[in-house]
Design a protein around this ligand. Structure first.
Ligand SMILES: [Zn+2]
Length: 218
Protein backbone atom coordinates (compact mmCIF):
# COMPACT_ATOMS: atom_id res chain seq x y z
CA UNK A 1 0.00 0.00 0.00
CA UNK A 2 1.45 3.34 -1.03
CA UNK A 3 2.09 6.02 1.50
CA UNK A 4 -0.35 8.32 -0.31
CA UNK A 5 -3.12 5.67 -0.02
CA UNK A 6 -2.49 5.24 3.72
CA UNK A 7 -2.65 9.03 4.27
CA UNK A 8 -5.97 9.12 2.38
CA UNK A 9 -7.44 6.28 4.48
CA UNK A 10 -6.32 7.88 7.75
CA UNK A 11 -7.66 11.24 6.58
CA UNK A 12 -11.04 9.76 5.70
CA UNK A 13 -11.12 7.97 9.08
CA UNK A 14 -10.48 11.25 10.91
CA UNK A 15 -13.22 13.02 8.94
CA UNK A 16 -15.68 10.17 9.62
CA UNK A 17 -14.79 10.17 13.33
CA UNK A 18 -15.27 13.93 13.73
CA UNK A 19 -18.58 13.77 11.80
CA UNK A 20 -19.85 11.02 14.11
CA UNK A 21 -18.81 13.06 17.15
CA UNK A 22 -20.70 16.05 15.79
CA UNK A 23 -23.74 13.90 15.07
CA UNK A 24 -23.66 12.43 18.58
CA UNK A 25 -23.35 15.91 20.08
CA UNK A 26 -26.34 17.12 18.07
CA UNK A 27 -28.34 14.05 19.03
CA UNK A 28 -27.63 14.44 22.75
CA UNK A 29 -28.34 18.17 22.60
CA UNK A 30 -31.60 17.51 20.79
CA UNK A 31 -32.68 14.84 23.28
CA UNK A 32 -31.75 17.04 26.24
CA UNK A 33 -33.70 19.93 24.76
CA UNK A 34 -36.68 17.65 24.20
CA UNK A 35 -36.59 16.41 27.79
CA UNK A 36 -36.53 19.88 29.36
CA UNK A 37 -40.02 20.78 30.47
CA UNK A 38 -41.28 24.27 29.68
CA UNK A 39 -44.93 25.05 30.08
CA UNK A 40 -47.14 28.12 30.47
CA UNK A 41 -50.56 28.02 32.12
CA UNK A 42 -53.15 30.75 32.11
CA UNK A 43 -55.92 31.35 34.60
CA UNK A 44 -58.80 31.58 35.46
CA UNK A 45 -58.99 27.85 35.18
CA UNK A 46 -62.04 25.87 34.19
CA UNK A 47 -63.61 24.32 37.25
CA UNK A 48 -63.40 20.53 37.18
CA UNK A 49 -63.05 17.66 39.64
CA UNK A 50 -59.44 16.97 40.72
CA UNK A 51 -60.23 14.10 43.06
CA UNK A 52 -58.49 11.53 40.83
CA UNK A 53 -55.18 13.38 41.29
CA UNK A 54 -55.26 12.79 45.04
CA UNK A 55 -56.05 9.10 44.81
CA UNK A 56 -54.96 7.97 41.33
CA UNK A 57 -55.11 4.27 42.28
CA UNK A 58 -58.61 4.40 43.63
CA UNK A 59 -61.13 2.45 41.58
CA UNK A 60 -64.02 4.35 43.10
CA UNK A 61 -65.77 6.80 40.82
CA UNK A 62 -66.33 10.31 42.11
CA UNK A 63 -69.94 11.45 42.15
CA UNK A 64 -69.40 15.14 42.87
CA UNK A 65 -71.32 17.59 40.62
CA UNK A 66 -68.17 18.97 38.91
CA UNK A 67 -67.14 17.87 35.39
CA UNK A 68 -64.84 14.81 35.36
CA UNK A 69 -62.02 13.78 33.07
CA UNK A 70 -61.30 17.38 32.09
CA UNK A 71 -57.72 18.63 32.06
CA UNK A 72 -57.51 22.25 33.20
CA UNK A 73 -54.77 24.76 34.05
CA UNK A 74 -55.41 24.00 37.71
CA UNK A 75 -55.27 20.21 37.30
CA UNK A 76 -51.95 20.59 35.41
CA UNK A 77 -50.59 22.81 38.17
CA UNK A 78 -51.70 20.30 40.82
CA UNK A 79 -50.11 17.44 38.88
CA UNK A 80 -46.74 19.19 38.86
CA UNK A 81 -46.92 19.94 42.58
CA UNK A 82 -47.96 16.37 43.36
CA UNK A 83 -45.03 15.09 41.27
CA UNK A 84 -42.67 16.01 44.15
CA UNK A 85 -40.86 12.97 45.54
CA UNK A 86 -38.17 14.53 47.74
CA UNK A 87 -38.77 18.24 48.38
CA UNK A 88 -41.09 21.16 47.88
CA UNK A 89 -39.93 24.71 48.61
CA UNK A 90 -42.84 27.09 48.53
CA UNK A 91 -42.64 30.86 48.69
CA UNK A 92 -46.11 32.33 48.44
CA UNK A 93 -47.70 35.55 49.63
CA UNK A 94 -51.23 34.24 50.11
CA UNK A 95 -52.23 30.60 50.58
CA UNK A 96 -55.90 29.75 51.12
CA UNK A 97 -56.68 27.27 48.33
CA UNK A 98 -57.95 24.05 49.94
CA UNK A 99 -56.93 21.74 47.08
CA UNK A 100 -53.39 23.13 47.05
CA UNK A 101 -53.27 22.81 50.82
CA UNK A 102 -54.48 19.22 50.50
CA UNK A 103 -51.72 18.55 47.96
CA UNK A 104 -49.03 19.94 50.27
CA UNK A 105 -50.39 17.91 53.21
CA UNK A 106 -50.44 14.77 51.07
CA UNK A 107 -46.80 15.29 50.09
CA UNK A 108 -45.93 15.86 53.75
CA UNK A 109 -47.57 12.52 54.59
CA UNK A 110 -45.44 10.90 51.89
CA UNK A 111 -42.33 12.23 53.69
CA UNK A 112 -41.55 14.90 51.08
CA UNK A 113 -39.52 17.65 52.81
CA UNK A 114 -41.61 20.81 52.68
CA UNK A 115 -40.52 24.34 53.50
CA UNK A 116 -42.99 27.22 53.29
CA UNK A 117 -42.15 30.90 53.31
CA UNK A 118 -45.10 33.25 53.59
CA UNK A 119 -46.25 36.69 54.56
CA UNK A 120 -46.91 36.98 58.29
CA UNK A 121 -49.88 39.38 58.12
CA UNK A 122 -51.57 37.55 55.27
CA UNK A 123 -51.23 34.17 56.95
CA UNK A 124 -53.42 35.46 59.81
CA UNK A 125 -56.45 36.19 57.62
CA UNK A 126 -59.52 33.93 57.65
CA UNK A 127 -59.18 30.96 55.34
CA UNK A 128 -55.40 30.98 55.26
CA UNK A 129 -54.02 27.44 55.14
CA UNK A 130 -50.67 28.37 56.70
CA UNK A 131 -51.83 27.57 60.26
CA UNK A 132 -53.14 24.16 59.11
CA UNK A 133 -49.80 23.35 57.47
CA UNK A 134 -47.93 24.36 60.63
CA UNK A 135 -50.22 22.24 62.80
CA UNK A 136 -49.48 19.27 60.54
CA UNK A 137 -45.79 19.74 61.34
CA UNK A 138 -44.72 21.49 58.14
CA UNK A 139 -41.89 23.97 58.58
CA UNK A 140 -43.17 27.50 57.92
CA UNK A 141 -41.20 30.73 58.15
CA UNK A 142 -42.48 34.28 57.85
CA UNK A 143 -40.77 37.33 56.48
CA UNK A 144 -39.39 39.45 59.31
CA UNK A 145 -38.67 42.32 56.95
CA UNK A 146 -41.10 45.21 56.64
CA UNK A 147 -41.26 44.66 52.86
CA UNK A 148 -44.05 42.41 51.57
CA UNK A 149 -42.97 38.86 50.84
CA UNK A 150 -44.83 39.04 47.55
CA UNK A 151 -43.27 36.07 45.73
CA UNK A 152 -45.34 33.29 44.24
CA UNK A 153 -43.03 30.44 43.37
CA UNK A 154 -42.40 26.82 44.20
CA UNK A 155 -39.44 24.56 43.48
CA UNK A 156 -40.22 20.86 43.18
CA UNK A 157 -37.41 18.37 43.94
CA UNK A 158 -34.81 21.10 43.26
CA UNK A 159 -35.46 20.67 39.52
CA UNK A 160 -38.82 22.14 38.58
CA UNK A 161 -39.75 25.78 39.00
CA UNK A 162 -43.38 26.94 39.18
CA UNK A 163 -43.65 30.72 39.15
CA UNK A 164 -45.95 33.50 38.00
CA UNK A 165 -48.61 35.89 39.19
CA UNK A 166 -50.83 33.25 40.80
CA UNK A 167 -51.36 33.38 44.54
CA UNK A 168 -52.43 30.05 46.00
CA UNK A 169 -56.04 31.16 46.52
CA UNK A 170 -59.38 30.05 45.09
CA UNK A 171 -60.05 33.54 43.68
CA UNK A 172 -56.73 33.57 41.83
CA UNK A 173 -57.38 30.09 40.38
CA UNK A 174 -61.05 30.49 39.43
CA UNK A 175 -61.61 34.22 38.91
CA UNK A 176 -58.42 36.14 38.13
CA UNK A 177 -56.40 36.57 34.95
CA UNK A 178 -53.14 34.98 36.06
CA UNK A 179 -50.15 33.20 34.58
CA UNK A 180 -47.84 30.41 35.64
CA UNK A 181 -44.56 29.36 34.08
CA UNK A 182 -43.39 25.81 34.74
CA UNK A 183 -39.83 25.05 33.75
CA UNK A 184 -36.94 22.69 34.29
CA UNK A 185 -34.40 25.08 32.69
CA UNK A 186 -31.52 25.01 35.16
CA UNK A 187 -30.58 28.61 34.35
CA UNK A 188 -34.00 29.70 35.62
CA UNK A 189 -34.47 27.16 38.40
CA UNK A 190 -31.10 27.75 40.09
CA UNK A 191 -31.55 31.48 40.89
CA UNK A 192 -34.91 30.66 42.52
CA UNK A 193 -33.32 27.92 44.63
CA UNK A 194 -30.65 30.41 45.67
CA UNK A 195 -33.21 33.10 46.50
CA UNK A 196 -35.31 30.64 48.50
CA UNK A 197 -32.26 29.60 50.49
CA UNK A 198 -31.32 33.26 51.11
CA UNK A 199 -34.83 34.09 52.37
CA UNK A 200 -35.06 30.89 54.40
CA UNK A 201 -31.85 31.71 56.28
CA UNK A 202 -32.73 35.39 56.56
CA UNK A 203 -36.09 34.56 58.14
CA UNK A 204 -34.84 31.90 60.51
CA UNK A 205 -36.60 32.72 63.83
CA UNK A 206 -33.56 31.51 65.81
CA UNK A 207 -31.45 34.10 64.03
CA UNK A 208 -34.09 36.75 64.69
CA UNK A 209 -34.23 36.07 68.44
CA UNK A 210 -30.43 35.88 68.64
CA UNK A 211 -30.29 39.36 67.11
CA UNK A 212 -32.87 40.61 69.64
CA UNK A 213 -30.83 39.21 72.55
CA UNK A 214 -27.58 40.69 71.26
CA UNK A 215 -29.36 44.06 70.77
CA UNK A 216 -30.47 43.90 74.43
CA UNK A 217 -26.95 43.17 75.55
CA UNK A 218 -25.62 46.37 73.97
ZN1 LIG B 1 -65.62 14.52 41.36
Amino acid sequence: MSLMWSVKVVGLGVVAFSLSLELLGWLFGHLRHKRTLNKVLFFPSEVACVEHLFSPNSARACFCPLPHGVETSFSRLLCHILSATSSLDLCVFSFSNMDLSRAVLLLHKKAVTIRVLSDKDYSAITGSQIGILRKAGICVRFDVDSAYMHHKFAVVDGRLLITGSLNWTLTAVQSNLENILITEEAELVQPFIKEFHRLWVLNDPARFYKNLISDDEH
